[in-house]
Ligand binder design. Structure first.
Ligand code: SF4
Length: 373
């Protein structure tokens, strides 16, 4: 179906309208490790990535990216977390900045969100840099969340509110993403958003889709349902992979796009939200311990025996998104440099060394199975 969005420019790529659907991925290496990040950029570029995202948390990351820019022609996107002000250092040499509305509340509490968004729009506009308003179910506006409003209503309201701010400031080169780890939630909210803002380009993704093959299946379910209805202008497949295999995100995305284009659909199987669901983040420069991917693989392997039980276990790589993104899981793990934090729902159970966490996790899995049955 024909897409109705307006076309925007991100570096030398057009996104939206009749432009081909752009494919993107993200570096998982530490941004300050210049040789490793350059190798990752080249790997993704040669796999055919139209855009490549890099995580930026500090001025050291900014300086590292400035060096990387000299060596790499790819269209670069930066992922800002709490420190939105770094945008002014980055916009002169990157092609897009992504901010998360749920993270604008942390720094400079005396300033309004409106003022912060104006700063971002003005800074990006001055340097021909695009913006992604990246809303995640796991890190929503804390003020609205406390009022107990449904996650999907908060996410949708937040995306629309930020688009309206962009309109008010006369900034046109922006797009939106609305991500959840549940493909059904991704389908529903993107359809709702497209009905409200048909002109705004959409970046599609199922966040923390996890390991292969389940990560690709969950993503395919969401993408097939949306792309076939003309919803989605750029895509990212988020998989938990070793750094050397990160290009699989691009290959999986291209395969799904080619299948949808050719009318080859496999996703009619609905995502049933039953049985064991292990979700894990795709990792990025913020990962706190290189053992994260192995831990996610191990969690999947050792919990296999619980596959008939309706349980969600979330494994996250860092403290930035780990605590919030695990809230909706029955059990959540997130990595720190020397230990792994364990949660049951939103209750923190403690921090455990890497060689003890699996045994501790299994105690909780068994207790939950016993309780549910
Ligand atoms: S949870 Fe942390 S390490 Fe994982 S992708 Fe998100 S920011 Fe990166």
């Amino acid at each position: 179906m024909k897409r109705k969005t307006q076309k925007i420019s991100v570096g030398n790529v057009k996104i939206g309208g009749d432009a081909p659907i752009a494919v993107q991925s993200m570096c998982a290496t530490r941004t300050t490790d210049i040789p490793a990040t350059l190798a990752q950029l080249k790997l993704l570029e040669s796999a055919g990535a139209d855009l490549i995202r890099v995580a930026i948390d500090s001025r050291k990351d900014v300086e590292a990216l400035r060096e990387l820019r000299k060596e790499c022609k790819a269209n670069l996107v930066v992922d800002l977390q709490e420190n939105y002000r770094l945008a002014s250092d980055l916009a002169p040499f990157v092609d897009k900045v992504r901010y998360n509305p749920g993270h604008l509340h942390h720094h400079q509490k005396e300033l309004s969100v409106r003022d912060k968004v104006k700063f971002l729009a003005d800074t990006a506009g001055e340097h021909d840099c695009a913006i992604r308003i990246g809303v995640n179910f796991g890190s929503l506006d804390p003020a609205q969340k406390e009022q107990g409003v449904d996650s999907s209503d908060v996410a949708l309201a937040s995306a629309v509110q930020h688009c309206e701010l962009m309109d008010e400031f006369g900034f046109t080169e922006f797009l939106v993403s609305l991500k959840s780890s549940n493909p059904n939630a991704v389908i529903a909210i993107n359809k709702e958003f497209a009905a409200k803002r048909p002109q705004t380009p959409l970046h599609l993704g199922v966040t923390e889709a996890g390991l292969l093959p389940e990560g690709a299946i969950k993503t395919r379910i969401a993408f097939e349902q949306l792309l076939s209805q003309g919803i989605g202008d750029t895509v990212r497949v988020s998989l938990t992979l070793p750094d050397s295999e990160k290009d699989k995100e691009i290959f999986v995305a291209k395969e799904i796009l080619a299948d949808v284009e050719a009318g080859r659909f496999r996703s009619v199987p609905e995502f049933l939200e039953s049985g064991l669901n292990v979700i894990s983040c795709p990792s990025c420069s913020r990962v706190e311990n290189g053992k994260f991917v192995e831990l996610a693989q191990e969690v999947k392997k050792v919990t296999e025996y619980a596959k008939e039980h309706d349980l969600t276990i979330a494994v996250m790589g860092c403290r930035v998104n780990g605590p919030g993104e695990t809230d909706d899981a029955d059990l959540g793990l997130w990595c720190a440099p020397n230990f792994v934090n364990l949660k049951k729902g939103s209750e923190e159970l403690g921090a455990f060394p890497y060689d003890e966490i699996i045994a501790r996790l299994l105690e909780e899995v068994d207790a939950l199975i016993a309780k549910k049955s």
